[in-house]
Design a protein around this ligand. Structure first.
Ligand SMILES: Nc1nc2c(c(=O)[nH]1)N[C@H]1C(S)=C(S)[C@@H](COP(=O)(O)O)O[C@H]1N2
Ligand SMILES: [Mo]
Length: 371
C-alpha cells in the first residue's frame, strides 16, 4: 500500500472557535471582561487582541453604515455625523494608556466588591481619531456650557446594589476644560486598524490621562450641558470621596494617579540565587509624566533607581527595568516598585478608604522564591 500523505490534524468539528483574545484572563464572560496577564508584557504598545476588555453591558451590534454620532444640547447647531464623515475629518494619532479605575482590586483587603482585577486591567495602544474639540467647535458650544455628556450605545439594567433605575446606558460627562484638550479623541482606529467590537466599534472616546471609564465605547451621543451631570456611572459607580471644608463629597473618578507595576518577576516566581535578574515593568502618571521609578528589596527601607526605557511619550506608560542580584542563600524575597510623577507625587503605602474600590495605587509587593 502506498503511504498516505500525512494529514494536518483538523480540529474536531465540535471544538469552539479559537479565542480572538489568546491568553487573556476571563474575569467575566457576559458581559465580556478580560485581563492581560501582566507578566507577559514585553512591548510599550499592547497588541489589540491582548488589550484588556472592560464592559458593563453586552457589546452592542453596531454597523458602520448605519452608525451615527449626535452632538446636541447647549450648542449653536446640533450635528449628526456618519462613520464616513467622521473618517474624512482631520485626524490625530497618539498613544494613550488606559487603566481601569478598579485595576488592582484583587489586592484590597477586606475583599472588595466589583470585578477582582489583578494587575492587567491596563494597556497602552495607539489611537487615531478626530479631536473632540474640533467637533464641539463645529457645533458651537454655548458660552454657559460646563460639560459634555458622552453616551454609549450599550444598555442594560444593573441588578447588584447600588441598583440603577431600570435600563440605562453607559454615560459619563467630561468637563469642557478636558473635552477641549487636543489629546481627547473620538477614535475609530486602534493600533492602525478599525476598532474591534469589544473596544467600541465604530467609534469611541479616548480620554488620555484619565481612568478608563472616561473613554466611552460605542459612542453615539454627545450632549453639551450647562449643569453638572450626576448619572449612575459617576455617582453610584466610579466616584470617590473628596474632603472639602471637612465634609466628604462624592466626586467622579477622573485623572489617573501615578503608579508602577512589576511585570517580572511574577508573583511566587522561582528566581536563581546569586545571578542578576532583570526586574521589568511599566509606570504611568495620568496627565503628568513618570519622573522616576524606584525599587526596594527591603520592605521600603531603601530605594534604588530603576532605569526608564525609551523616551517619554505623553499620556503613555513608560517601561522600566532594574538589575537585581538576589542573595546567594535561598529564601523568600519581596520586591517593590514605586513611581513618582513630575509634580513629585508618589505612591501611598496603604489604600485610602476615601478612594473606595477605585484608584488603587498603593505600592505593590511581589514575593519570589530565590533558589
Ligand atoms: N459604552 C461603554 N464604554 C465604556 C465601558 C462600558 O462598559 N461601556 N467601560 C469603560 C471602562 S470602565 C473602561 S476601563 C474602558 C475599557 O476600555 P477597553 O475595554 O477598550 O479596554 O472602557 C470604558 N468605556
Ligand atoms: Mo474601568
Amino acid at each position: 500500500m502506498e503511504n498516505m500523505p500525512a494529514q494536518a490534524a483538523a480540529p474536531p468539528p465540535t471544538s469552539p472557535a479559537p479565542s480572538p483574545f489568546p491568553g487573556l484572563i476571563t474575569r467575566e464572560q457576559e458581559p465580556l471582561n478580560l485581563e492581560l496577564p501582566f507578566p507577559t508584557l514585553t512591548e510599550p504598545v499592547v497588541p489589540t487582541n491582548r488589550f484588556f476588555v472592560r464592559s458593563h453591558f453586552p457589546i452592542p451590534a453596531l454597523a458602520a453604515d448605519t452608525w451615527q454620532l449626535h452632538i446636541e444640547g447647549a450648542v449653536h447647531e446640533a450635528l449628526t455625523l456618519s462613520y464616513d464623515e467622521l473618517r474624512q475629518l482631520p485626524a490625530t494619532t497618539l498613544q494613550a494608556t488606559l487603566e481601569c479605575a478598579g485595576n488592582g482590586r484583587a489586592r484590597l483587603t477586606p475583599k472588595s466588591k466589583g470585578l477582582l482585577w489583578e494587575q492587567g486591567a491596563v494597556g497602552n495602544a495607539e489611537w487615531t481619531g478626530v479631536p473632540l474639540a474640533s467637533l464641539l467647535a463645529r457645533a458651537g458650544v454655548a458660552p454657559d456650557a460646563l460639560e459634555v455628556i458622552c453616551e454609549g450605545a450599550d444598555q442594560g439594567s444593573v441588578n447588584d446594589e447600588p441598583r440603577a433605575p431600570g435600563v440605562i446606558s453607559f454615560a459619563r460627562s467630561l468637563p469642557l476644560a478636558k473635552a477641549n484638550q487636543p489629546e481627547v479623541l473620538v477614535a475609530y482606529l486602534m493600533n492602525g486598524q478599525p476598532l474591534p467590537p469589544e473596544h467600541g466599534f465604530p467609534a469611541r472616546l479616548v480620554v488620555p490621562g484619565w481612568y478608563g471609564m472616561a473613554s466611552v465605547k460605542w459612542l453615539t451621543k454627545l450632549t453639551v450641558s450647562t449643569a453638572p451631570y450626576a448619572g449612575y456611572w459617576q455617582t453610584l459607580e466610579y466616584a470617590y470621596w473628596q474632603r472639602s471644608h471637612g465634609q466628604p463629597t462624592l466626586v467622579p473618578v477622573a485623572e489617573m494617579q501615578v503608579k508602577a507595576e512589576i511585570a517580572r518577576p511574577a508573583l511566587h516566581e522561582a528566581v536563581p540565587a546569586g545571578q542578576p535578574y532583570r526586574v521589568f515593568g511599566a509606570a504611568w502618571a495620568g496627565e503628568s509624566d513618570v519622573a522616576s521609578v524606584e525599587i526596594s528589596t527591603d520592605y521600603g527601607q531603601t530605594w534604588q533607581p530603576a532605569h526608564l526605557l525609551g523616551e517619554a511619550v505623553p499620556f503613555a506608560w513608560r517601561l522600566w527595568e532594574y538589575s537585581w542580584t538576589p542573595p546567594a542563600a535561598p529564601g523568600r524575597h519581596t520586591i517593590q516598585a514605586r513611581a513618582t510623577d513630575r509634580a513629585g507625587r508618589c505612591q501611598p503605602t496603604t489604600h485610602d478608604p476615601d478612594r473606595r474600590n477605585y484608584m488603587i495605587t498603593k505600592i505593590a509587593s511581589v514575593e519570589v522564591f530565590v533558589s
